[in-house]
Write a protein that binds this ligand. Structure first.
Ligand code: AMP
Ligand code: GLY
Length: 422
């Protein structure tokens, strides 16, 4: 069979690499892909943008692709799965209505409330309804979120009421475009964060291996929020008891609730969870896709054929399959361009990739492109050096051995990925 992966990041390189490892798969196409997917055996990039739904359908028809897996949220929120279904094509991901869990934080908050799923108390405001007085009465810090998709720039943790009011007003006044037309203002939650990712087929759920991401730019979890600077799996913070609570109190009522409301959820579902001191799994956010970089360590550990799991989900029989996981830990270190996330320096040539390819582990590409057979930096998050080991400490050693082998001017990465699991 032929498989199409939609997207161009590290998550998509990992998806393509994993699908290409399947004996059932003749070829994997990636739209549009990166330098890493361009060089991967059995994988070929096609020049179609991830949000060009018509172009994707054309490509799938022309190439005889039988399974499409969507990486990023934008095409899902734009309705790529609905469009494929109308054409009788198989595409793994939620339909547009269910993808609103990520596309509209206002929708997600109302949904959580309706189904009694634990989350921070919040109010949703618009330009017309916003009353700064209500914010001034709130305890600080105050969390201000643009409701729509804002590519990771939509959340402000305000240390004062004045900062919260200013952030909310900037969003409502159009700083983030449409994404800020509605703003969610919520209480600040304490605890330990974990990424909980499952596959769903509308009614059944298959949880993936646990993982944890490092969202802050600098060592010690300081500095601005980013898309994620590194991740590892498993996450010891998700004990068996916490795992059971997240399934029972978050995932199952979410899948049940969506089905009951007429928008059954098929696809990867990512719940960002803040685990409170008493173990309560509060939902910070939903993503309607896999996490990046969580996917890289998770798929390094997946021993089951991913295409088999996706097909089972599309057929509504996820309860008849299981996933087996490598008992070792996996850990990915994101290597970013100088100036990431605000103004990444692009265009530099990346050295050392051939050497790194001889070491254990895997360097997944994200913001890279090929030019005359040379890999160049083309985005803020450039590579994810992913290692494995008997323990998180061993996996960390392997990941940094890879990262230290690769160079370009201004390359930066955190030195402490995994510290919370050591
Ligand atoms: P989100 O995109 O909603 O996941 O927010 C981005 C990051 O901001 C999260 O990963 C958390 O680290 C942090 N965050 C979001 N909401 C809250 C909250 N209510 N309390 C504390 N931290 C939060
Ligand atoms: N690593 C966080 C995300 O994918 O949203």
């Amino acid at each position: 069979m032929k498989v199409l992966i939609v997207g161009s990041g590290g998550r998509e390189h990992a998806l393509a690499w994993k699908c290409a490892a399947s004996a059932r798969v003749a070829e994997v196409l990636v739209a549009p892909g990166n330098a890493g997917t361009a060089r991967e055996p059995k994988v070929r990039n096609v020049a179609v943008q991830a949000t060009d739904i018509g172009g994707l359908i054309e490509q799938v028809r022309a190439e005889g692709v039988s399974l499409t897996i969507v990486g990023p949220e934008a095409p899902l929120v734009a309705g790529v799965v609905d469009a494929f279904e109308r054409e009788g094509l198989r595409c793994f991901g939620p339909r547009q209505a269910a993808a609103r869990l990520e596309g509209s934080k206002a929708f997600a908050k109302q949904f959580l409330l309706r189904h009694h799923i634990p989350t921070a108390a919040s109010v949703t405001v618009t330009r017309e309804s916003f009353d700064p007085q209500t914010v001034r009465r709130q305890r600080t810090p105050i969390v201000v979120k643009a409701s729509g998709l804002a590519a990771g720039k939509g959340v402000v943790i305000a240390q004062s009421a004045a900062e919260a009011v200013a952030s909310a007003e900037a969003m409502l006044d159009g700083k983030l475009g449409e994404a800020g037309q509605e703003v969610v203002i919520e209480e600040f939650l304490e605890g330990e964060e974990a990424s909980f990712i499952v596959m769903a087929d509308g009614s059944h759920v298959l949880p993936l291996a646990t993982s944890q991401d490092h969202k802050r730019l600098h060592d010690g979890d300081r500095g601005p929020n980013t898309g994620g600077m590194g991740a590892y799996s498993p996450a010891p913070v998700v004990t068996a008891a916490i795992h059971a609570r997240i399934m029972r109190e978050v995932i199952e009522p979410t899948i049940r609730g969506l089905a009951a409301e007429g928008m059954p959820y098929t696809g990867f579902l990512y719940a960002g969870i803040m685990i409170a001191r008493d173990g309560t799994p509060n939902v910070l956010e939903f993503n309607c896709r896999l996490g990046d970089p969580e996917t890289q360590p998770i798929l390094m550990r997946l021993q089951t054929d991913l295409t088999v799991l996706c097909e089972a989900a599309l057929d509504g029989r996820l309860n008849q399959v299981g996933a087996t996981w490598d008992p070792r830990a996996a850990l990915g270190v994101v290597m970013a361009a100088e100036g990431y996330p605000d103004a990444p320096r692009l265009g530099d040539a990346i050295a050392g990739l051939d050497l790194a390819a001889k070491l254990p582990g895997k360097v997944f590409h994200a913001g890279t492109r090929l030019s005359a057979d040379e890999a160049l930096v083309s985005g803020g998050r450039v590579l994810c050096a992913t290692g494995m080991g008997a323990t998180v400490a061993e996996a960390q050693k392997a990941a940094y051995a890879l990262a230290d082998t690769v160079h370009w001017p201004g390359a930066t990465y955190r030195r402490d990925i995994g510290h919370r699991a050591l």
